[in-house]
Structure formats: structure tokens, C-alpha cells
Design a protein around this ligand. Structure first.
Ligand SMILES: Cc1cc2nc3c(=O)[nH]c(=O)nc-3n(C[C@H](O)[C@H](O)[C@H](O)COP(=O)(O)OP(=O)(O)OC[C@H]3O[C@@H](n4cnc5c(N)ncnc54)[C@H](O)[C@@H]3O)c2cc1C
Ligand code: SF4
Length: 339
């Protein structure tokens, strides 16, 4: 690790002022990803600004619109177990609890979860080319061991996936990200928050330099009756998803009034295809209709040498998870809290 200075911010404004235009400044929240990146020498901030003492944005509360606001500095554990989240957004609760371990969820914050970096092995190995780590150096994963990599939205520059579980549910719930920067405050629709790699894989999201995530807003519909989160991975603990699916359904009898399906582990960002959700609206909730929606979602998917299996896996996971959403109590143990 390199030497760095450390300062605590007392407010968002204070953090923004301290950060200035500093190119080599990083914010730190739970530190569960950032400290690893610093140990691997992949991030070398001169100044760390600790956001944990910021006087606001730790709470979870109802919005006037009937939704919820999740403070950016609330921990993943406090969010997943919050009574309002459990009761009204159980899909989010399930997704968070399927991630990491109890210890990490106790440290990790909501803002930090959105900004965690890919788990591509080559990104963490400073001895090999990686366009995300060093733009223009090449991508070692394309011809390498690419089992965990993307099957959708990848580019010739990068085939990494975004590893978060929480964000898959937030995509399905159509959350809004609240941010504050030197130019003021703004809200970003979740679908526009993360980026596809295209020819700038070094950029994971659309935050402007220095901007701070202050909260995540959930709209009123939390799909509390019919939901399911399925995480398929190589082992049940400390493993990121090969494929994950968040499904929320609103039903009238066995007819789908509204459907939301988001995939994780398959692309550089949580993957939602509105055409599939539009197809399901007004249809009966049958495996055949969910399978057709899965085909729409996986249109254009392309596998590499070691991960082509993910295409069929994702299709089956969508159907399985959608059927479980009809009876959430039948969700598989893979969505239980990981050890
Ligand atoms: C062993 C292990 C297993 C894991 N498994 C999973 C898993 O299965 N699923 C999953 O989803 N996640 C998993 N994680 C990732 C974990 O969820 C993230 O590391 C965590 O959510 C990051 O939050 P943090 O508060 O610790 O962020 P930090 O590490 O403090 O920060 C991460 C990044 O976000 C920036 N940042 C933090 N907060 C803000 C803010 N409010 N505004 C602007 N910038 C900010 C920091 O500068 C840094 O760049 C795992 C992590 C580990 C170590
Ligand atoms: S997939 Fe992306 S992160 Fe992984 S080696 Fe290629 S450029 Fe780097």
C-alpha cells in the first residue's frame, strides 16, 4: 500500500470542498472494496475522505410519494433487515442478503455497493493487460479464462460483469440515485447509472468527478406479494453470481398486470429489457410465457470459450425465478442469506 492522507468529512458540503478537484482523492465508506483495491495497488489515492461521520444520509425513511429513501451511508445489513424494506421491498432485502457475508454486509454501505468494481480476475492482476485498469493495454479475458464474464452488452474492449446483487433488485424496482456534486444535486434513473464498456471500459458509471451518492429512492411499488431473487454461483458462500435474476410481478388472478425482470452477472451493468416486460403484461403467468420473455431478454447474447453455458443458464433461471415469484415462499436456498 502507498502512503496517503486521511480526513473525515462532517457533511456532504465539507466532503466536496475537501475533495476539491483532486484527481487522486477517494471517498471511503465501508471500505470493503476500496481497501482491497488499494492493497492490490489498483487505486492509489493521495487523500482518503471518510464519509462515515457525515451528519446525514444514514437513515431509511418514507418519501412523500409513498416510496422509500435509502440513505447512501446506511449499511447493507441495516437496509436488508429494515422493517419497511422487509415489508414493502422484500425483493431488495433478498438480493442484499444473497451478497457477500454477514460481516461484509455489516460494513458495506448502499452507496459503496453501487460503486464496487468488477471482479474480473485480470483486472486484479496488475501483471497482465486490462483496458479497465489501464486503457489501451488490451483485454486479457477475451482469449483467457472467461467463465464469469459477460454474455450481453460486452465490447471488444472489455467483457467484464458488474458483480452487485443489490443493484439487480434496484434495477428491477426502477430506483433513482440521488447524488450531490460541486455543481449541485441531481437524480439519475437506475437504468442510466451504470455504463456498458463500449470503448471506455475504465468508466463504470455516469457519476461526475467528485460527485457523492447521497441516497437511493424507491418508487411506491415494491412488488411485495410476488417477487423472487435467484442467485446461481459456484459455491454458496463468498461467491459472486454466475447469473442472478430479480423478478417482481403484479398479478390479477393468474394474469400479469406488470412484470419486472433484471439479470445480474451477465453484463457490465444490471440487465433489463423493457420489451420482455411489455410482452408479459396482460399474459397469463405460465412457464411458456416466461420462456418467451427469457428469449427476448437474451436476444443478442454471445458467449466466449468458457461462458457460453450462461446463455441457457440465464434463460432457465428467468423461468424458474418467475415461477417462484408466483409463490415467494418457494424461493430456493440460493437466495437465503449467504454464510
Ligand atoms: C469477500 C467479498 C465478497 C463479496 N461478495 C459480494 C456479493 O456476493 N454480492 C455483492 O453485491 N457484493 C459483494 N461484495 C462487495 C460488497 O458488497 C462491496 O464491497 C460493498 O457494497 C462496497 O461498499 P462499501 O461501503 O464498503 O464501499 P467502499 O469500499 O468504501 O467504496 C467503494 C467505492 O465507492 C466509493 N464510494 C463509497 N461510497 C460513496 C458515496 N456515497 N458516494 C460516492 N462514492 C462513494 C469509494 O470511493 C470507492 O470507490 C463482496 C465483497 C467482498 C470483500
Ligand atoms: S474483461 Fe475488462 S476488466 Fe477484465 S481484463 Fe478485459 S478489460 Fe480488464
Amino acid at each position: 500500500m502507498n502512503n496517503f492522507s486521511y480526513k473525515r468529512a462532517g457533511s456532504i458540503r465539507d466532503a466536496l470542498v475537501q475533495a476539491g478537484t483532486g484527481e487522486h482523492t477517494s471517498y471511503i465508506a465501508g471500505g470493503t472494496n476500496l481497501v482491497d483495491l488499494m492493497k492490490y495497488n489498483l487505486t492509489r489515492p493521495d487523500l482518503l475522505i471518510d464519509l462515515n461521520r457525515v451528519d446525514d444520509h444514514h437513515a431509511i425513511f418514507e418519501t412523500p410519494e409513498g416510496g422509500l429513501m435509502l440513505g447512501a451511508f446506511a449499511t447493507n445489513a441495516d437496509t436488508a433487515w429494515h422493517p419497511l424494506v422487509e415489508a414493502r421491498y422484500p425483493l431488495l432485502s433478498r438480493a442484499i442478503l444473497a451478497g457477500a457475508s454477514a460481516q461484509i454486509r455489516n460494513m458495506a454501505t448502499n452507496g459503496g455497493n453501487l460503486l464496487q468494481r468488477t471482479r474480473c480476475y485480470y483486472f486484479y492482476d496488475a501483471n497482465v493487460p486490462c483496458n479497465k485498469r489501464e486503457p489501451g493495454s488490451g483485454c486479457s479475458a477475451i482469449a483467457g479464462y472467461n467463465r464469469i464474464m459477460a454474455i450481453l452488452g460486452a465490447s471488444e474492449s472489455c467483457i467484464a460483469v458488474f458483480p452487485s446483487d443489490m443493484c439487480v433488485a434496484l434495477a428491477a424496482l426502477r430506483a433513482m440515485v440521488h447524488v450531490e456534486g460541486r455543481e449541485g444535486r441531481r437524480r439519475i434513473a437506475f437504468a442510466d447509472f451504470h455504463r456498458l464498456p463500449e470503448d471506455t471500459p475504465e468508466l463504470d458509471n455516469n457519476l461526475l468527478p467528485g460527485e457523492i451518492i447521497t441516497g437511493i429512492e424507491l418508487p411506491p411499488n415494491g412488488f411485495a406479494n410476488n417477487y423472487s431473487y435467484l442467485k446461481l454461483r459456484d459455491r454458496n458462500s463468498y461467491a459472486f453470481a454466475l447469473v442472478s435474476v430479480a423478478t417482481g410481478l403484479e398479478l390479477e388472478g393468474d394474469v400479469i398486470r406488470e412484470a419486472r425482470i433484471a439479470l445480474g452477472g451477465v453484463a457490465h451493468k444490471p440487465w433489463r429489457v423493457s420489451g420482455a416486460e411489455e410482452f408479459l403484461a396482460g399474459k397469463t403467468a405460465t412457464p411458456e410465457n416466461f420462456a418467451h420473455a427469457a428469449d427476448i431478454i437474451l436476444q443478442g447474447a454471445a458467449g466466449y470459450q468458457h461462458n457460453a453455458f450462461k446463455i441457457e443458464l440465464a434463460k432457465r433461471a428467468i423461468v424458474r425465478n418467475s415461477m417462484m415469484a408466483l409463490k415467494p415462499e418457494t424461493q430456493l436456498p440460493g437466495a437465503q442469506p449467504s454464510a
